[in-house]
Design a binder for this molecule. Structure first.
Ligand SMILES: [Zn+2]
Length: 64
C-alpha cells in the first residue's frame, strides 16, 4: 500500500509552490549593475535591458 495524500492541495497552494520555484531558479546577474534579476526582463534596480537603459521611456514604477 502506497502512501496517499490525505487532502488535495488547493489551486492557490499549487500555484504558489510553482511560482516560488520559478522565482528561485530564474535569476541572472544584471550586466549593468550586477544585481540578481529575472532574465529577459528589465532590471528592477537600474532599468537596463539588452545593453540599453530603458529608464527614460518606461519606468513609471512608483511604489508607495
Ligand atoms: Zn541592473
Amino acid at each position: 500500500m502506497a502512501g496517499e495524500p490525505k487532502r488535495r492541495h488547493s489551486k492557490a497552494r499549487k500555484r504558489t509552490r510553482r511560482a516560488a520555484i520559478n522565482l528561485a531558479v530564474n535569476l541572472v546577474d544584471c550586466k549593468n549593475c550586477g544585481k540578481l534579476t529575472i532574465p529577459h526582463t528589465v532590471c528592477k534596480n537600474c532599468g537596463f535591458y539588452g545593453g540599453k537603459s530603458i529608464t527614460k521611456e518606461k519606468v513609471q514604477v512608483t511604489r508607495a
